[in-house]
Design a protein around this ligand. Structure first.
Ligand code: NAP
Ligand code: 8YV
Length: 336
């Protein structure tokens, strides 16, 4: 809380500190990022949603927009923040940001690549092991006192199995490195072939799915990948195949996936991301062949701190006219 002198009167300004530049948080920020921002800026937490009238009066003072990988930064908002110098996303994915509109308004967008790659790849492998070896189900089995009355059903061997990666980018390659340690054979699909990877390339997710035991999805979200994993791909993955999604919920046709899990079209799934987060369809809660995590692939103390440091550095650079640390590729030309 702050007090400030305005004319001769002392005026209580609540959490607003008039001496600091204003930034808008478009989503609930991680405390590491929020705290760093508050050391320099007055952070307006989702005012554009909670109080549009107050925001209209404030919009022209906003110098930066802070978001998360899932946050929405639409064209209409970008048009309001006429003095914003940067949109700094805490996350590598930025499919919620209308980047074309940001470029039109001359507002560069930044994100946090690389610093989270290891954690996301670790969780992807954790889900591969969890679904294949039924680790969460085994934990429930022991806790429910079922061990004395019979063995659990057998799991699926992971070492030596065939892994398919949809999206061989930074994280996809890190997943491949880990899977190599498990003696898995690796194949992939992406927009473009990567001959240097040494892995087998398939031009479509369906062709890839037909040739693997575990299919891991790790592309960006957005219009370009919407429902890339559909009923046809799931059918190709087959009754002994597992789907892992650590990308975005939008990449998988969730209804088709639910049907495939219910009908035994595929063996199971490990899901970190969902179509309508944080809401997970009730039916998924009831299925025993699914492992569910709450969009937590980058959620370690170390990585969230590194993401906060990078997102904050981008915000500071953008609002002070310095070179941005990690602009998104589409904005590279804008910041040259
Ligand atoms: P990246 O290096 O840009 O890699 C993205 C890969 O996806 C590239 O190989 C790209 O192909 C491929 N791709 C893009 N569109 C495609 C399409 N239509 N069909 C097939 N492949 C396509 O990004 P990254 O750093 O690895 O991150 C990937 C994504 O992971 C993020 O955008 C985010 O959505 C997700 N993510 C999730 C979490 C989580 O908490 N669950 C955390 C971090 C990231 P080309 O190489 O041919 O361009
Ligand atoms: C984060 C992510 O959970 O980087 C991304 O794209 O989805 C995750 O790392 C998210 O950005 C924080 O809310």
């Amino acid at each position: 809380m702050h007090w400030t002198a305005l004319s001769k009167q002392a005026v209580f300004t609540g959490v607003i500190d008039v001496s600091k530049p204003d930034v808008l948080a478009v989503a609930k920020l991680h405390p590491f990022y929020q705290k760093a921002l508050e050391s320099v800026y007055t952070v307006h937490d989702r005012t554009h949603i909670t109080d549009p009238a107050a925001f209209a009066a404030l919009a022209q003072r906003i110098v930066g927009v802070a978001g998360t990988g899932e946050a929405s930064v639409p064209r209409s908002l970008l048009a309001q923040v006429t003095n914003a110098k940067v949109v700094s996303v805490f996350g590598v994915g930025y499919d919620g940001v209308d980047v074309a509109a940001a470029i039109e308004h001359g507002i560069p967008v930044t994100h946090t690549p690389d610093v989270l790659t290891d954690d996301v790849a670790d969780l992807a492998m954790g889900l591969v092991l969890s679904v294949g070896r039924t680790i969460p189900q085994a934990d429930k089995f022991v806790r429910a006192g079922q061990w004395p009355s019979g063995p659990m059903a057998l799991g699926r061997k992971v070492s030596g199995a065939r892994l398919g990666i949809v999206g061989l980018g930074r994280i996809g390659k890190a997943i491949a490195r880990r899977a190599s340690g498990f003696g898995m054979s690796i194949a992939y699909t992406a927009r473009t072939e990567k001959p240097d990877s040494g892995f087998k390339f398939f031009t479509t997710p369906a062709e890839l799915a037909a040739n693997v035991d575990f299919l891991v999805v790790i592309t960006p979200g957005g219009a370009g990948t919407k429902h890339l994993i559909n009923a046809e791909v799931l059918k190709a993955l087959g009754a002994r195949g597992f789907l892992i999604n650590v990308a975005r919920g939008s990449v998988v046709d969730e209804q088709a996936l639910i049907e495939a899990l219910q009908n035994g079209t595929i063996a199971g799934a490990g899901l970190d991301v969902f179509a309508n987060e944080p809401n997970v369809p009730d039916v998924l809660w009831t299925l025993n062949n699914v492992v569910l995590t709450p969009h937590m692939a980058s959620a370690t103390t170390e990585t969230r701190q590194a993401m906060a440091d990078l997102a904050f550095a981008n915000m500071q650079a953008g609002t002070s006219g310095q070179a941005l640390r990690t602009p998104v590729p589409e904005c590279a030309a804008l910041v040259k």
